[in-house]
Write a protein that binds this ligand. Structure first.
Ligand code: FAD
Length: 434
């Protein structure tokens, strides 16, 4: 007997779970397919969870979601080999009743989310890989072919939440292959430490947490960033750079991670820890211009598959949840109106997204990826070094008068970069940022 559903969701990451949860909660007959042994088994993330996107789906998530620490302090560091120049923001106001950001461990979080999807009434099948989409003679997507025996399943609409690789979409001709300059390769480790050690090292109490984002010499002039996040009894530490830069330089991701971990500002934070997990994953970082077509006859694309990551703000899972939810809301409305899931009708998904922060932010930063990539030597190498040198000149008390120090700082900048070059850089940044 041929199985038929109102909707099929491919993937059980944050985007697929948000979509399947919304559809099931609204009473649609939903099938969700996940190739992993369980939701989260294949997923890698820092990870910071942004409450707002999840609250819009499950307002009471704090009651039972596996949350690690709520973030009360953000550190932004520019590194050279010996130093960091940083901006720290810590506020007691982040100790609020409903904290705004949490650190999480994706394997546990995705499992919890997946249980919510099942509780809402969706049929969820794990260890099931979708091979390709099934189309009718006029090209409309009408189902999916899985790797199971008798593996064809039919539905009115298929939501592709398959993550960054997007192989189903690619194989089915809905999107191009990923380009190496639009995707970062990130590697990550989990370092275990007793919770009181973490709390004293980071000056925390209870479930408070600190997150560090770092850039600079640690990426060897490549476009990329590193991070360190405190969990309850572990620290997540990772680094990622554009795949095209890895290709060009021949640098090895795990060597970069070793370099970051042994940086004098990072090593003491990890000292004595036990490393238990190592993982690598891609991050879509091409921005707005790399977003593929998001809808067509019988299908929609959400989350990383739709290239929804704001690399500047390190946001991905919230864009994934929001696009998943908005895609599902579109499907629910069309279903209730008994409208066909045609390309013209599903265009409503993109129209709805235009009104959310997702497409507004993606569009705002559309020039940033090219700016970062095109100026990587100065942004990730030269300026962090110059800033560090300037700070050191300024803070070191050595008998040199302050006017002479100012002059030394200005001349170190001007020796490294002409005034015109610096004004040009500032102008390019301002233009890309607008
Ligand atoms: P995914 O989470 O990748 O889920 C896709 C799912 O689809 C997977 O479970 C996969 O197994 C399944 N799948 C794929 N193909 C098939 C198939 N053919 N059949 C069946 N199932 C399939 N974002 C943040 O918000 N905060 C952070 O701190 C953060 N840090 C990050 C750190 C790292 C190192 C990385 C790599 C990413 C980070 N991100 C972060 C980004 C975030 O992880 C992603 O944006 C988010 O996971 C996207 O969700 P998704 O559901 O679209 O895709």
């Amino acid at each position: 007997v041929e199985q038929r559903f109102d909707a099929i969701v491919v993937g059980a990451g944050p985007s697929g779970n948000a979509a399947a949860y919304t559809l099931a909660k609204e009473g649609l007959n939903v099938l969700q397919l996940e190739r992993g042994e369980y939701a989260g088994s294949k997923n890698v993330q820092g990870a910071i969870l942004y409450s707002d996107a999840l609250e819009k789906l499950i307002p009471s998530f704090r009651e039972d979601a596996p949350l690690e620490r709520h973030v009360i302090e953000q550190r932004l560091w520019m590194l050279d080999d010996a130093s960091y120049t940083g901006m720290h923001y810590r506020s007691e106001e982040f100790n609020e009743e409903k904290p705004n950001r949490y650190t999480i461990i994706r394997a546990q979080f995705d499992k919890w989310f997946s249980q919510k999807v099942r509780d809402a009434g969706a049929t969820v099948l794990y260890e099931t890989t979708v091979k390709e989409l099934i189309r009718n003679t006029s090209g409309k997507v009408i189902g999916v072919q899985t790797d199971r025996e008798d593996g064809a399943v039919m539905a009115d609409v298929v939501i592709l939440a398959e993550g960054v690789n997007g192989l189903v979409g690619q194989r089915s001709g809905l999107r191009d292959e990923l380009k190496p300059d639009t995707v970062a390769l990130a590697v990550k480790e989990m370092h275990f430490l007793p919770r009181d050690v973490i709390e004293s090292r980071f000056n925390l109490k209870g479930d408070e947490g600190v997150v560090i984002e770092a850039m600079g010499s640690v990426t060897l002039g490549m476009t990329g960033t590193a991070f360190l996040y405190t969990n309850e009894e572990s620290i997540s530490v990772g680094i990622g750079c554009l795949v095209s830069d890895f290709k060009e330089t021949g640098a090895k991701p795990y060597e970069l991670l070793e370099r970051f971990k042994s940086h004098p500002a990072i090593a003491p934070l990890l000292a004595g820890s036990e490393v238990k997990e190592y993982a690598a994953h891609l991050i879509p970082e091409g921005g707005y211009n790399a977003i593929p077509s998001l809808f067509g006859d019988g299908w929609l694309m959400v989350g990383d598959a739709g290239h929804f990551v704001n690399a500047v703000h390190r946001e991905g899972s919230n864009l994934a949840m929001t696009t998943g939810r908005v895609a599902a809301e579109t499907v629910v409305r069309l279903h209730r109106m008994r409208k066909e899931m045609t390309k013209a009708n599903l265009a409503e998904y993109q129209e709805r997204l235009e009104k959310t922060f997702v497409l507004k932010d993606m569009r705002k930063y559309r020039k940033i990826p090219a700016f970062l990539h095109g100026n990587k030597e100065t942004l990730f190498g030269l300026y962090p070094r110059l800033l560090s040198k300037a700070a050191q000149t300024w803070f070191r008390v050595d008998g040199l008068d302050k006017k002479a120090k100012e002059k030394a700082i200005v001349s170190s900048f001007r020796q490294a970069r002409t005034l015109r070059g610096m004004i040009g850089d500032a102008f390019k940044l301002a233009r890309a940022w607008r």
